[in-house]
Design a binder for this molecule. Structure first.
Ligand SMILES: Cc1cc2nc3c(=O)[nH]c(=O)nc-3n(C[C@H](O)[C@H](O)[C@H](O)COP(=O)(O)O)c2cc1C
Length: 210
C-alpha cells in the first residue's frame, strides 16, 4: 500500500479530541500553503477558511452546533464558499496577463465568459458551486492535516444562520461545513461504518437500476 492509501484508510472522523492541545498558527499556515493547490472551477478559489483557536470564538460555534467536540478541538475551522467568487476573475488572471501567458484579448474573453457563465446560471448555481469548490478544498485539507499527525472531523450539524451572525460572516459566504481539528482521544472511537461495495456505488458506461 502506498503512503496515500494508508492516509486515506486511516482517516477517521474524530468523535472526541484530547483537551488542552494547541495548534499554532504557523503550522496551520503551512497546511494552507499546501492546500492552496486544490483545484477550483476557472481557478476562482471560492474557498475561505475562518480558523478559530480562541475559546470565546469556539464557544460561539458550540452554541450554534451543540456538538461537544467543538469545545475539545484545538481549532474549529469554518469552511466558507464565496458565491461571488466569479467577481474576482480579472484579479485572478492579472498575473497571467502581466506575464504574457494570456494576451489582452484572451484576458478580456476569459473575464467575460466566466462572468457570463455564473450570471446566466444564477444564484442557486453560484451557491452550489461555492459549496462544491469549498468541499473539494476541505477534503484535501483534512488529508494534509492527517499527514501531519492531526485528526479532523467534517461537520454539517450546525445552525448556519446563527453561526453566520455570531461570527460576523458576510452574506456572500456560504458555510459549506466545519472542520474540527486536534488530536483524537483514544477513550472514544467508533468502529468504521459500513462502506458500500464498488458495484453498489460505481456504474460503468450506464447507470445500473436501483
Ligand atoms: C459533509 C459531512 C458532514 C458531517 N457532519 C458531521 C457532524 O456534524 N458531526 C459529526 O460528529 N460527524 C459528522 N460527519 C462525519 C461522518 O459522520 C463520518 O464521516 C461518517 O460517519 C464516516 O466515518 P469516517 O469519516 O470515520 O470514515 C460529517 C461528514 C461529512 C462528510
Amino acid at each position: 500500500m502506498s503512503e496515500l492509501d494508508n492516509l486515506i484508510k486511516n482517516r477517521r472522523s474524530t468523535v472526541l479530541f484530547e483537551e488542552g492541545i494547541e495548534i499554532s498558527e504557523s503550522e496551520l499556515e503551512e497546511m494552507f500553503a499546501l492546500n492552496k493547490f486544490a483545484p477550483s472551477a476557472f481557478n476562482l478559489q471560492h474557498t475561505h477558511y475562518l480558523v478559530l483557536t480562541d475559546d470565546a470564538q469556539k464557544e460561539k460555534v458550540y452554541e450554534a452546533s451543540q456538538q461537544y467536540k467543538v469545545k475539545t478541538a484545538s481549532a474549529v475551522i469554518v469552511v466558507l464558499g464565496d458565491v461571488n467568487a466569479h467577481h474576482h476573475i480579472r484579479t485572478i488572471n492579472e498575473g497571467l496577463l502581466n506575464l504574457g501567458v494570456l494576451t489582452p484579448f484572451q484576458y478580456e474573453q476569459e473575464s467575460q465568459s466566466v462572468t457570463e457563465f455564473y450570471e446566466t446560471r444564477g444564484r442557486f448555481f453560484q451557491r452550489e458551486d461555492a459549496i462544491r469548490n469549498a468541499s473539494l478544498s476541505a477534503m484535501q485539507f483534512m488529508l494534509i492535516a492527517q499527514d501531519r499527525g492531526w485528526d479532523t472531523c467534517p461537520m454539517i450539524g450546525f445552525n448556519a444562520e446563527e453561526l453566520q451572525q455570531s461570527l460576523n460572516i458576510p452574506g456572500h459566504y456560504v458555510p459549506a461545513m466545519l472542520i474540527t481539528i486536534g488530536k483524537k482521544s483514544e477513550s472514544k472511537q467508533r468502529p468504521r461504518g459500513y462502506r458500500k461495495p464498488i458495484h453498489e456505488y460505481v456504474s460503468f458506461n450506464k447507470m445500473h437500476a436501483e
